[in-house]
Design a protein around this ligand. Structure first.
Ligand code: NAP
Length: 303
């Protein structure tokens, strides 16, 4: 049976992914939106989140699609009002605020889901299953895209808490931390900060187990979201952001659902069982890269 859900923050990802995923979901009906400016045709819209929480007692679940910095305050209010909360990635601006939300959700008996959409990419489950009993010997991540194409005029990505190139890079880290049989840790990082910005636009990161990661947000032409993981003679190649998986040269069949439908499917399962799912592992790597990273100033950036 479909349950009403409210989408908060009608921006790029809400329109591109959340609205269609909910429209096609057997579990959810988009019953309201909260936005300062955006609306969704045929759906009641609110500009005041607290008014929606008071007036729409029928809506027990909210999905927060705001950027990370403003999201925490919305999550606190939703949890206090007894609502289940689904968080876009990254789940917060800081680790501590997500830990705080976790405590609040448990105290209020509601579901908190820190979504990682790339973990739902079609090839990830097969990679994880194959690597489960292996020992990683080396590997690399190559995540190169054009920020002007994917985040047009989104100044928040270069503001404190916006994470810069780690905004897409954390998608790679969400896959890595899901498929590895044992956790790794960052051993060094080089971060390129445009001289007029607060967050990095490129990064080179080294991990234990001979893993490396290149993040580049100024890639022209063919975009690249690749990961190679080796375990002795075995090799797993995830490409297209985890949506294709080739194991030892043979392409394997992927999961059935696309990323966002799979997230809403999981949220329905969590709510029906009264469980939460909170995983900060990808964000811990970003925090560590920022802590350990050597900073280099590079040319200014403008959209
Ligand atoms: P966005 O379009 O720039 O912002 C989303 C919406 O958040 C805005 O339209 C605005 O909604 C609201 N908002 C922004 N700043 C706010 C503030 N200070 N206070 C209150 N509301 C504010 O961003 P996005 O690309 O959708 O990204 C949102 C989240 O999704 C990020 O965490 C991002 O990492 C994640 N994500 C993005 C993509 C992508 O390709 N863009 C892909 C996957 C995940 P209203 O104007 O409606 O109030």
């Amino acid at each position: 049976m479909e349950q009403p859900i409210c989408l908060v923050g009608i921006g790029k990802i809400a329109v591109d992914q959340h609205v269609p995923a909910i429209a096609n979901s057997p579990d959810w009906t988009l019953a309201a939106t909260v936005s300062r400016a955006g609306t969704v045709d045929g759906v009641p819209s609110y500009s005041d989140f607290d008014a929606m929480l008071v007036e729409r007692d029928d809506i027990r679940t909210v999905s927060l699609c705001l950027p990370p910095v403003p999201r925490y305050d919305y999550a606190v209010r939703a949890i206090a009002a007894g609502r289940n909360v689904m968080l876009e990635k990254p789940p917060g601006a800081t680790l501590a605020e997500v830990q705080d939300l976790t405590t609040r959700a448990a105290a209020n008996g509601v579901t908190l889901y820190t979504t990682w959409h790339s973990r739902m990419a079609k090839g990830v489950a097969a990679a994880k299953a194959f690597l489960a009993d292996k020992t990683i010997t080396s590997g690399y991540i190559d995540w190169r895209e054009d920020v002007r194409r994917w985040h047009p005029e989104q100044e928040w990505v270069f503001e404190p808490g916006g994470m810069g190139v780690f905004d897409p890079g954390i998608n790679a880290l969400s896959i890595l931390t899901d498929v590895l049989p044992r956790p790794v840790h960052i051993t060094s990082a080089l971060l390129n900060f445009p001289e007029n910005r607060f967050t990095p636009i490129a990064a080179e990161v080294a991990f234990s187990e001979n893993l490396t990661m290149t993040l580049d947000w100024l890639k022209d032409g063919q975009q690249m979201w690749e990961m190679i993981l080796r375990a002795g003679d075995d090799q797993v190649h995830l490409s297209e952001g985890g949506n294709r998986c080739v194991i030892n040269g043979t392409e394997v069949a992927g999961s059935v659902l696309d990323e966002y439908p799979a997230l809403y499917d999981q949220m329905a399962r969590l709510v029906s069982s009264g469980a939460s799912e909170v995983d900060l592992a990808p964000m811990i790597h970003v925090a560590d890269a920022m802590t350990l990273g050597k900073r280099v100033t590079v040319a200014p950036f403008s959209f």
